[in-house]
Design a protein around this ligand. Structure first.
Ligand SMILES: Cc1cc2nc3c(=O)[nH]c(=O)nc-3n(C[C@H](O)[C@H](O)[C@H](O)COP(=O)(O)OP(=O)(O)OC[C@H]3O[C@@H](n4cnc5c(N)ncnc54)[C@H](O)[C@@H]3O)c2cc1C
Length: 395
């Protein structure tokens, strides 16, 4: 039996693992944690919506076959020439490897960003943002430092906009809880590009902008951050803003282990893959998700998204099955299901299968997509397990 190793249990790695389980193929999944978190929803608990336990699932609750091995630990090195990976626990050999190690933050060389900004990329970092904001509000009365009530989010792609939507609804609650002056709260979203949410149509973008402004978010587009100091951001306009909470959502590049392994990469460090999702250097290494540079139909690399990662994970696992059964490989085709951005609990914008939705309908579509995802991990059992936990914080 072939020895298959999957690295990373994000959207790509989980989809590959679930598909291999369905085909009855044994594998070892190596991941930093023994759970899979829902990255695309991290803005919700970070911004005070719901309990954190709703946003992850234990790997053993999804992968239940005896032949599906889960190894918790950090991957430290890929050695594709030797068909080995090095983990915290030691070396692991493989016949076939699926690399789904996700991304690393892209700071675009902005001095101080790495040192001083919070990031939203995992359950832990979501918790850090949540706790940091709450601490700033809770301690306001100690020194009346108004920068504690100013939150600055850099980047207005999906992550930045969705996070601002959540924070805009949570901050007034916090203000009430800690008795801080509501009028002094400032939530600022700064974007160097001329618009927010570049992947959406003008109409949807305008609806999103208007919803954010109505919720009190100050949008600064076409404004680059040039430097970050402790509790302070400098802008290209010369303006300097003091803020105790600075969050960076401005971009990602591939996990650095890819380039360190000597695989051919694109300028964002993503492994170049062929139409079957195999590394162009090693045909027994599949690379998927944010770690892969796959050329889409428009001739450009697919943008890093959860839906692309999950589709690639399915596909890589199916192609692996084909190899083991001696059947020809199938080329990967990305099917764009659309994009939905939530702006708080009850407002969203997006387009699904070509249909635009704004407001509550978009929020409902987003809720439906959460259920669909849980279903893909473990059918009704998984939906009941996680949706059964649905309760607002404090209730
Ligand atoms: C707040 C937010 C909102 C988003 N919204 C959307 C959205 O609405 N729609 C959409 O399509 N996309 C969205 N995205 C993007 C999407 O989450 C990513 O594109 C997607 O998670 C990529 O999947 P992946 O499997 O490649 O990597 P990931 O999901 O990041 O998984 C990588 C896994 O590898 C593990 N790992 C990393 N390094 C190591 C190591 N050295 N050793 C062991 N394990 C390791 C990580 O812990 C993680 O479990 C959003 C992202 C964020 C942060």
């Amino acid at each position: 039996m072939a020895n298959i190793v999957i690295l990373g249990a994000g959207y790509g790695g989980m989809a590959a693992a679930v598909e291999l389980e369905k085909s009855g193929l044994p594998f070892t999944l190596v991941n930093k944690h023994d759970y899979h978190y829902f990255t695309t929803l991290l803005h919700e608990p970070a911004g005070g919506r719901n309990e954190f336990e709703q946003y992850y699932v234990n790997l053993h609750d999804v992968l239940r076959r005896e032949s599906s091995l889960v190894q918790k630990g950090m991957v430290k090195e890929l050695r594709p020439k030797e068909n080995k990976v090095v983990t915290e626990q030691g070396e692991l050999s493989y016949d076939y490897l699926v690399v789904a190690l996700g991304n690393a933050p892209e700071f675009f060389g902005i001095p101080g960003m790495k040192e001083h900004a919070l990031l939203l990329r995992s359950l832990e970092t979501a918790q850090q943002i949540h706790d940091h904001v709450e601490r700033a509000f809770a301690s306001y009365h100690q020194d009346q430092d108004e920068s504690k009530l100013r939150i600055l989010v850099g980047g207005a792609g999906l992550t930045g906009v969705e996070l601002c939507g959540e924070l805009a609804e949570w901050l007034p609650e916090l203000a009430g809880q800690y008795g801080v002056p509501f009028s002094k709260i400032e939530l600022i979203n700064i974007e160097a590009a001329p618009t927010i949410l570049p992947m959406l149509s003008d109409e949807l973008r305008e609806a999103a902008e208007s919803a954010l402004r109505k919720k009190g978010v100050k949008l600064l587009t076409g404004v680059a951050i040039t430097k970050v100091n402790r509790d302070q951001v400098e802008l290209k306009t010369g303006e300097v803003i003091d803020a105790k909470t600075i969050i960076w959502t401005g971009g990602v590049r591939a996990n650095p282990l890819i380039a360190e392994a000597g695989l051919q990469t694109d300028p964002r460090g993503r492994a170049m893959v062929n139409e079957y999702l195999q590394s162009v250097d090693f045909s027994n290494v599949f690379v998927i998700g944010d770690s892969a540079s796959f050329t889409g139909e428009d001739g450009r690399p697919l943008p890093p998204t959860g839906q692309a990662a999950a589709q690639m994970g399915d596909h890589a696992a199916q192609n692996l099955t084909h190899i083991l059964q001696g059947r020809p490989l199938e080329p990967f085709r990305f099917v764009n299901m659309g994009t939905l951005a939530s702006i708080g609990h009850e407002f969203g914008v997006g387009s699904v299968k070509g249909l635009n939705a704004v407001g509550v309908p978009a929020s409902l579509m987003k809720e439906a997509s959460k259920v669909k995802y849980l279903w893909s991990l473990g059918g009704l059992r998984m939906v009941s397990l996680k949706r059964g936990q649905l309760k607002r914080k404090g209730s």
